[in-house]
Write a protein that binds this ligand. Structure first.
Ligand code: ADP
Ligand code: ASP
Ligand code: MG
Length: 813
């Protein structure tokens, strides 16, 4: 004997039912077969809605009912040839009339009991099983319809009745022993109590019907046919790169389904496990796929984790109080109070201090639970031995499941480390002593992220996905996007990193795409599909998307963007900035951001703040981490000023050379920031801060060479005024003589200064060409000869590559 169960999606319409018929035809060749079916997909819900509407006195229940009737009639017409339709159509009509009669009763009485609900929903399975049996018979495949409620006997706990296995097993065994048929059709989900009233086995209960029958008959095999090709490593609706689990033990399947893997109804496993019946999950729409087999031993499991699941709508109850310590019986009373109200406890934790007990329950039962517990402990609450129960809602449980966890230390470390790095706060933890399951209670809004983070960590050895948001797609940002596009394959192959740019904005528009923006077309996409830019909305969107491994890249020079880092770091979103404003603002803000990055496990990287992509800040950090101390810094940190003084010889005007630097993309958007030395001040301050000093802009001496008159008005005024002061610049050049003019930044004995200097040919700073930068670090270990870092220090390409480098760094922690 073999038992096949087809779920609601497999029998949702005529097209799908034909697929079912094809599978059944193949199967009956090999063995006697029992087919268990669900109601047509969605019908159970519709019937429940009808009864609810009727009970509320809302007449629209009639329309809903009509909708359900029409679906069945249409299916019959599409499924069965015209000449053979009439008997089936009239059966559908009769059954639907019965439903309507019951609903009229509910409507008139305005009363709906759980018992009546079970009666109403039972029609769903009756209709589907009758129609499919009729279809088989019209195809000359003899099929005996079996009235499940006559065989499956339960208690009267309507909605989720408990099976009386002694009676049920016997009835099933007797029935099938007496029948000579080769193919049977049974409605799933429905049963009856000792009075003969309809009961149901809980939502999704058709799986259970099939398992009960399979176990009672010691069937060779149970096959659960559904719309996916097996049990998967996580819910495919939440995670994209899920894998099918080829084999899984009964225990693991039970844990996974209990923790929300909807593909199989949890009680299903118990009966088949008792009899050791192999149970397959197969795909009606891809029958050739292997599927998953659930059986005694899970062999060949190289992975310590078998799957990841989640249950939403959890409430956490915490009972706390000093009066609980060392006194036995508190937990007994707590669980008794819950049991009396038939409240199912999903998760329990108690700290070893015995000061608190925490239980996870279905959120729908939270208020009943609160009352019951507060009543049960009324005396202790009054005498302040325990606090009134605390109830928290909007929570979910995320669970790792696997038989092999017990032989693998470090799994919970990995689990919580990864959740923590992604800003998922864990409210409670439970690990059974079987070590088959580690559960964490998290906020509902973090579930999708948590599952994806864990799935990536435990299953996707292929690559890690980074969700990148880029603010500013101008000169540097545009280059950054081009570099990401160009490096995509390399990163995937060599670093196993996949960078998805999921958000982009410039000063006018912003664009989001969860499945990654097509970087070949980002310009037109931003233009055509982009929404009006609003920085606060952009940040809120990043937060609410709550994607794992999120990185925000600030490729602007904008103050408002810089003021948003705090909001991001607090959500464990890494920030990479070439924008210098944050790090060169008040020390307090800089320090706050550094602290937030540490506290929330997010990276805050800004290598390009000094010397574009030259490894200056990284080297400085490495020196400090190695125990060295920075004593003196001497540097030329302005690509613009170095370019200008390298090219200015009094022939072309000073203003012309500055214009050229701007055209080459070396200057800040406002070139006066470079010419005034302010940009260099910011850079030396950032280096000094990174070296561990508390320093502000006001503490830095600036020996500016610019006539103050040049620095007022617009950028155009600035160029004009420089032309007018050409004599001043000529004089500077003349005074230098054999020496070179370099705008030098230094930090020595706790003091920073910037200014124009005459550098002779013996000096370390002399041979510095084009727009290059140079930094000399004198440290405890580099005493006589400094550590020198030198190279291109400005330009969109190198800056973009520095930002890119930081993004990779932020991704690889
Ligand atoms: P049926 O109608 O056949 O009973 P269900 O809707 O009850 O089917 O269950 C199948 C669905 O379960 C799949 O379509 C899938 O979206 C969902 N599902 C949730 N978790 C998992 C998982 N771990 N593996 C496979 N499917 C899962
Ligand atoms: N039709 C029932 C439900 O929707 C049972 C099932 O499909 O397994 O819950
Ligand atoms: Mg199901």
């Amino acid at each position: 004997m073999q038992v096949l169960k087809f779920g609601g999606s497999s029998v949702a319409n005529a097209y799908n039912i034909n697929k079912v018929i094809d599978i059944v035809k193949e199967k009956i060749i090999t063995d006697k077969t029992i087919v268990v079916v669900s109601a047509f997909g969605g019908i159970t819900d519709i019937l429940l809605q009808c009864s609810q509407l009727a009970a509320e006195g809302n007449e629209t229940y009639k329309e809903k009912l009509h909708e359900a009737e029409l679906r069945h009639l249409t299916t019959v017409k599409e499924l069965i040839t015209i000449t053979q339709q009439s008997a089936v159509l009239s059966l559908v009509k009769t059954l639907c009339n019965e439903i309507e009669d019951i609903c009229t009763g509910i409507y008139l009485l305005k009363e709906l009991s759980e018992r009546t609900k079970d009666r109403i929903v039972s029609y769903g399975e009756i209709l589907s099983s009758k129609i499919i049996a009729a279809k088989l018979n019209t195809e000359a495949i003899a099929c005996e319809w079996v009235n499940s409620p006559e065989l499956i006997i339960t208690n009267s706990n309507y909605g989720s009745a408990a099976v009386d296995f002694t009676i049920t097993d016997k009835k099933i065994a007797d029935y099938f022993a007496a029948s000579g048929a080769g193919l049977f059709m049974m409605p799933g989900f429905i049963a009856s109590d000792s009075t003969g009233a309809n009961t149901t086995l809980g939502r999704g209960g058709s799986d259970y019907t099939a398992a009960i029958v399979a176990a009672a008959l010691s069937a060779q095999v149970l096959e659960i046919w559904t719309d996916v090709s097996g049990m998967m490593t996580a819910d495919p609706r939440l995670v994209t790169n899920v894998r099918i689990i080829p084999q899984i033990s009964y225990q693991e399947a039970m844990e996974l389904s209990h923790f929300g893997a909807k593909v199989i109804y949890p009680p299903t496993i118990q009966p088949v496990r008792g009899k050791g019946i192999p149970t397959w999950i197969k795909n009606t729409f891809a029958p050739q796929d292997n599927g998953t087999v659930i059986q005694q031993e899970s062999s060949n499991n190289t992975n310590s984790i078998r799957g990841i699941s989640s249950i939403n709508s959890i409430a956490l109850l915490s009972l706390e109080g000093s009066g609980m310590v060392g006194i036995p019986g508190f937990s007994k009373r707590l669980f008794e109070a819950l049991a009396e109200k038939k409240i199912n406890v999903i998760l329990i934790t108690q700290s070893s201090s015995e000061h608190s007990i925490c239980v996870g329950i279905d959120a729908a039962t939270a208020e009943t639970a609160r009352q019951a517990i507060n009543e049960a402990f009324a005396y202790e609450i009054e005498t302040k031995k325990v606090d009134p129960i605390v109830v928290e809602k909007d929570l979910a449980i995320v669970a790792l499941v696997g038989d092999n966890m017990k032989s693998h230390p470090g799994i919970s470390g990995k689990m919580f480390g990864n959740l923590g790095r992604n800003g998922v706060n864990v409210r409670a933890i439970a690990q059974g002593s079987s070590e088959r399951n580690i559960s964490a209670v998290v906020s509902t809004q973090d579930v999708k992220k948590a599952i994806n983070v864990l799935h990536e960590e435990f299953f996707e050895t292929v690559y890690k996905e980074i969700n990148l948001f880029i603010a500013g797609v101008g000169n540097v940002g545009g280059k950054l996007v081009a570099q990401i596009l160009q490096q995509q394959q390399f990163l995937l192959q060599n670093l196993h990193l996949k960078i998805n740019v999921v958000g982009l904005c410039n000063s006018k528009k912003m664009l989001f795409k969860d499945e990654a923006i097509d970087l070949k077309n980002w310009k037109s996409l931003l233009l055509e599909e982009g929404e009006t830019m609003d920085m606060q909305v952009f940040i809120e969107r990043i937060q609410s998307k709550n994607l794992r491994n999120s990185v925000f890249a600030d490729v602007t020079a904008n103050e408002m963007v810089a003021s948003c880092y705090e909001q991001l770091l607090q959500k464990s979103i890494s920030v990479v900035a070439c924008n210098k404003i944050a790090c060169s603002s008040k020390y307090e803000y800089y320090k706050k951001l550094k602290n937030l990055s540490r506290e929330f496990n997010a990276q805050f990287l800004f290598e390009t703040n000094v010397g574009a992509s030259l490894p200056i800040i990284g080297t400085l950090n490495d020196l400090l981490r190695g125990g060295d101390k920075i004593n003196t810094i001497q540097a030329v940190l302005s690509g613009t000023l170095n370019f200008v003084f390298n090219n200015y010889d009094g022939n072309k005007s000073f203003a012309t050379i500055v214009r050229q630097a701007q055209a080459e993309g070396y200057t800040e958007p406002d070139p006066r920031l470079d010419l005034s030395g302010k940009d260099v001040m910011r850079k030396i301050m950032i280096l000094a801060r990174e070296a561990g000093n508390v320093i502000e802009m006001e503490d830095i001496a600036n020996n500016s060479f610019m006539p103050p008159a040049c620095m007022v008005g617009s950028v155009e005024d600035f160029y004009k005024s420089m032309e007018e002061h050409e004599a001043h610049f000529k004089q500077l050049f003349k005074e230098a003589g054999e020496n070179k003019l370099k705008f030098v930044a230094s930090f020595k004995e706790g003091k920073a200064s910037v200014g124009l200097q005459h550098i002779n040919s013996q000096h370390d700073l002399y041979h510095l060409y084009g727009k290059d930068n140079i930094v000399l670090f004198y440290t405890d270990r580099y005493v006589e000869q400094p550590l020198v870092i030198k190279g291109a220090g400005a330009g969109a390409d190198v800056t973009a590559s520095g930002v890119f480098g930081d993004i990779i760094k932020a991704s690889r922690v």
